[in-house]
Design a protein around this ligand. Structure first.
Ligand code: GTP
Ligand code: SPV
Ligand code: MN
Length: 593
């Protein structure tokens, strides 16, 4: 008897029989438990303790070089019907997939410990929260989950004797010889498979120990499975940060923003304002669950309890709040190690230290021809350490959302900011998101791709149905948030970013706040409502007038191309594309004929 939950007890038995671990442990969530795991990993040299003065109680993990990011082409949505996975997901027949997974998992935990990690996504007392259980043979994954979710007995207390989402994970490398025993990052990239069963509410992940492949609480459950639950139950599970924005008069409004992976969510979520009197507070940096409350407001909770943030580019200049968040009790993965026992990555300081040990364990100097940190190097840390944590981050009822922001990484075409004309135009803006690919997923970098709602890799069902679900949110009595679309990433002829970004993004947030409050006018264009240049607060910023003009331009040649590409893309969805979106596309095309 592992717990009071009969489903859990029989599942543990079933998985142990299949995977044949040496030992089984149910996690309580206590700090002592975490300490024991850390000590064991340090002993195995799978964790390097950092300097206790420079980075107290913090560790560095180095992954296998073939296991550094999410792998989208090995990620599957195994819905009963192929059409329910839709044209943007990899589909496999659930029965066939289960058969092959049963083969892969048979005996896969030999020599290892099977950890059972109950976890609650969202505040323990929130009606919007959901409990799941991850079984994993990776102690590194367990440590991450301790930092990022509400784990252990408190989660089991919430669960009681109810069914839960089953998340089964193995690094896919049983210990058979001394080499396996010594391996500090076991994984099995050749057999990698991350399979989702949306109808059964199950995830099976095999072969990776990294990020979204292995921390099944995050993208696998809180987005892919949860998006399907949300559709069935009338809510939204989104790849969004959540912030509170306060103006100099003390009025506060909450915004949620959806940008693709490595496109600025963590940075916006922790923004330090460069405008006096304006303040940002952080509710979450990656995932939002949105529900309609009885009073018609859209309430957001952050299902997570910690950050799994991109390290490269993070500095006291770009994101001081992130730097303060990770000053201690932080788990770093694939960053460089300094001679003093601290961490470093590209962009952390203007000049690199003279000598480093790179993420692969090699000596590094500024003459080296490889980067010191891996491009998708990350920090894992509990949200409570964020100096600008919002007082309501753990509130059961969530926070009321006044504005939703979409955005992507585009060198041209998309202006700094625009506002949707109405809800269905806003859904169209979300559906039409495009962005350059980043190191957050394995594959080519910098290729422009469609990433609707930044959910391309994370939607657990047919994306056409997902669009329809968003459209269906517009109902009588609901206070619909205003919808915006931003682009911090326009470049000049030399390939330099035009907009300073980071702290200066508050200038754009201020305009959106004023729009939400109906206290600013806007200019109507065929792509939405744009700020009048004089309405953007650019005080203290040296920006040449031609550059400001470029930031707010609607270039007809660019938009003609964009609209025709969009029409080609939407055709993929066939009759699952809602009519409202095909109408919007036609309108856009007509405007730039
Ligand atoms: P995921 O955790 O993968 O979902 O990423 P994210 O959306 O949270 O992205 P994050 O904030 O970590 O930023 C990713 C990269 O974009 C970092 O290297 C940042 O330095 C860079 N970045 C973020 N905001 C801005 C901005 O306003 N301007 C510019 N030029 N770069 C930015
Ligand atoms: C992302 O890729 O959007 C991330 C990192 O937030 S991971 O957890 O690996 O998905
Ligand atoms: Mn993300």
């Amino acid at each position: 008897m592992w717990s009071d939950n009969r489903y859990l007890n029989s599942w543990i038995q079933e998985v142990a029989t299949l995977c044949q671990p040496d030992a089984t442990a149910l996690l309580t969530g206590s700090p002592e438990e975490m300490k024991k795991l850390e000590e064991a990993l340090v002993l195995k040299q799978a964790l390097i303790p950092l300097s206790s003065t420079l980075r107290p109680h913090s560790f560095l993990a180095r992954s296998n070089p073939d296991d550094v990011a999410r792998v989208e082409d090995r990620t599957f949505i195994c819905s009963l019907a192929k059409e329910d996975a839709g044209p943007t997901n990899n589909w496999k027949d659930p029965q066939e997939m289960k058969k092959s997974l049963n083969g892969l998992f048979a005996g896969c935990m030999r020599g290892r410990t099977l950890y059972v990690v109950p976890f609650c996504m969202g505040p323990l007392s929130s009606p919007y929260s959901r409990v799941a259980v991850q079984i994993t043979d990776s102690p590194y994954v367990v440590l991450n989950m301790h930092l990022m979710t509400r784990v252990g007995l408190p989660a089991l207390e919430v669960l009681k004797d109810n069914p839960f989402v089953k998340c089964l994970h193995s690094v896919g490398k049983p210990i058979v010889d001394a080499k396996d025993e010594a391996d500090s990052w076991p994984c099995n990239p050749k057999e990698l498979c991350i399979a989702h069963f949306p109808e059964e509410r199950e995830v099976w992940s095999f072969g990776s120990g990294y990020g979204g492949n292995a921390l099944l609480n995050k993208k696998c459950f809180a987005l892919r499975i949860a998006s399907k639950m949300a559709r069935d139950e009338g809510w939204l599970a989104e790849h969004m940060l959540i912030i509170g924005l306060t103006n100099p008069e003390g009025k506060k409004r909450y915004f949620a923003a959806s940008f693709p992976s490595a496109c600025g969510k963590t940075n916006l979520a922790m923004l330090t304002s460069c405008l006096p009197g304006w303040k940002v507070e952080c509710v979450g940096d990656d995932i939002a669950w949105l529900n309609w409350a009885a009073d018609g407001t859209l309430r957001a909770i952050n299902p997570e309890a910690g950050f799994f943030g991109v390290a490269p580019g993070t500095s006291f200049k770009s994101n001081p709040n992130a730097m303060l968040t990770i000053r201690e009790n932080t788990l770093f993965t694939n960053v460089a190690l300094t001679d003093e026992g601290d961490v470093w990555w590209e962009g952390m300081t203007d000049a690199p230290p003279k000598h480093l040990i790179s993420w692969t364990g090699a000596d590094w100097t500024s003459q080296s021809r490889f980067t010191a940190a891996q491009a998708n190097a990350r920090f894992t840390v509990h949200i409570s350490q964020c100096p600008i944590i919002d007082p309501a981050y753990d509130a059961a009822e969530g926070v009321p959302i006044s504005g939703i922001i979409f955005g992507g990484r585009r060198a041209t075409t998309h202006p700094l900011v625009r506002e949707a004309l109405n809800w269905s135009h806003g859904v169209f803006l979300g559906a039409s998101m495009t962005s350059e690919t980043t190191a957050a997923a394995a594959g080519e970098l910098g290729r422009i791709r469609h990433d609707p709602f930044s959910m391309l890799p994370f939607c657990g069902y047919n994306m056409g149905d997902y669009f329809a679900h968003w459209l269906s949110m517009e109902k009588k009595g609901r206070k619909l948030p205003k919808i915006f679309y931003v682009n911090w990433f326009q470049k000049d002829g030399q390939g330099k970013f035009i907009w300073p970004g980071f702290a200066d993004n508050i200038r754009v947030l201020k305009w959106m706040f004023e729009r939400v409050e109906d206290s600013r006018e806007a200019k109507q264009t065929p792509i939405g409502l744009l700020p009048k240049p004089e309405d953007l607060d650019l005080s203290g910023l040296k920006l040449q007038p031609e550059l400001l003009q470029q930031l707010l331009a609607v270039n007809p040649a660019h938009w003609k191309k964009e609209a025709s590409e969009l029409s080609r893309y939407f055709a993929l969805f066939g009759d699952r594309l809602p009519e409202a979106l095909s109408n919007e596309t036609v309108q856009l095309q007509k405007a730039f004929l």
